[in-house]
Design a protein around this ligand. Structure first.
Ligand code: NDP
Length: 347
């Protein structure tokens, strides 16, 4: 690994966050993610980005156990991230209180075989009605439907504030070293900051050349919130039934820069994230051994004029738009995934 990628960013609470980690989304085929985690840790990765919603934490836990038993790495040298799924928000507005949230963290720790997480994130600032994964063909239902009709069980609007209060207890009881959020806007972050005793350490959001979100990045830097950028390669996946992602790897601007430097398009995209923004951590996912190494072989610099050209690709295109409200209708929360879209339609 190049020096810059091995380096860390300090969090406000004194903990340190590696600048590159391994993503684990869309890696549910038996045996794939466990091998990837073992391979990545041996190749020098120290941050693993997990989530209960990815359905593969048990296999990651087994891989970590093997790594610890072999003496390949010590627990304290890893930075393990996980996320609370939308079905498990806390809520003062329903009788369950903190129960779902507490149970979800305990299950995550058990699956991963750990006593504590380095970072626990609220995965999305809205909730889903709890449904078993094998119901309705594995599709989790949104708490508020696309036509705006409310879910009869929970009020989603302020639920993440209740969840944050519960997350603060996880720091107090030692189950989480740091806590943060994912897919939060500036307004949602400010709501937490206005009521919290522990401010969010990290906001994990979609970051790639088609989606710069300068205002959100500036806000996070100003508030000392680190940004963990997801889907740096556009999230295209050939081995998952759900169609996510945007094809960045074949973008002509990226390809020309890659050819000039004798690097791959993936290396340019990953390098750009760390070189362009000193407050950013990136978490490319791969279960392919050669790519796991390629993605952290970044001992080169992109020229400033090429960084500028990459920045000019920004078109506000996100492939996950779930937390956005449609203008003129406060009640509609789009919770699906679009293949093509433009932020102009949403605020
Ligand atoms: P990425 O942008 O990391 O793309 C992953 C895809 O790129 C996979 O299909 C992978 O294939 C392929 N790939 C990896 N390396 C290369 C390479 N060198 N050359 C060509 N193709 C390559 O997408 P993700 O959406 O997975 O984002 C990264 C991580 O961010 C996730 O895994 C997850 O941990 C997190 N995330 C968080 C979200 C949130 O809501 N907080 C949402 C989405 C992601 P293969 O594995 O077959 O090699």
């Amino acid at each position: 690994m190049a020096d810059q990628e091995q380096s860390t960013l300090a969090l406000k609470n004194g903990h340190h966050l590696p600048r590159i980690g391994l993503g684990t989304f869309q890696a549910t085929q038996q045996g794939l993610v466990g091998s990837a985690v073992k391979y990545a840790v041996k190749a020098g990765y120290r941050l693993i980005d997990c989530a209960s919603g990815y359905g593969n934490q048990k296999e990651i836990g087994a891989a970590l156990k093997e790594l610890f038993e072999e003496g390949a790495v010590k627990r304290e040298d890893l930075f393990i991230v996980s996320k609370l799924f939308q079905t498990h928000h806390a809520g003062t507005q329903h009788e369950d209180g903190d129960r779902r949230c507490v149970e979800s963290l305990d299950e995550t720790l058990e699956d991963l075989g750990l006593d504590y997480l380095d970072l626990y994130l609220i995965h999305w600032p809205f909730g889903f009605q709890e449904k078993k994964l094998d119901d309705s063909e594995g599709i989790k239902q949104p708490l508020r439907l696309g036509d705006g009709s409310p879910n009869p069980i929970w009020n989603i609007k302020m639920e993440y504030l209740d969840t944050w209060r519960c997350f603060e207890k996880f720091v107090a009881n030692g189950k989480c070293k740091s806590i943060g959020v994912s897919n939060f806007t500036e307004e949602q972050l400010q709501q937490i900051i206005d009521m919290c005793t522990i401010p969010p350490a990290v906001n994990q959001i979609e970051v790639h050349p088609y989606l710069l979100q300068q205002n959100l990045h500036s806000y996070c830097a100003e508030k000392n919130i680190r940004v963990m950028g997801y889907s740096p390669l556009g999230s295209t996946s050939s081995n998952h039934p759900q169609k996510y992602g945007v094809n960045l790897l074949s973008n002509p601007v990226i390809k020309v820069i890659a050819e000039k430097l004798g690097k791959t398009a993936a290396q340019i995209l990953i390098k750009w994230t760390t070189q362009n923004n000193s407050n950013l951590i990136t978490i490319p996912k791969s279960t392919t051994p050669s790519r796991i190494v390629e993605n952290v072989s970044l001992d080169f610099e992109i020229e400033n004029e090429d960084v500028k050209k990459i920045n000019e690709l920004d078109c506000g295109h996100r492939y996950f738009i779930s937390y956005l409200k449609k203008p003129g209708n406060d009640n509609i929360w789009h919770s699906g995934v679009i293949e093509e879209g433009n932020d102009d339609d949403w605020v």
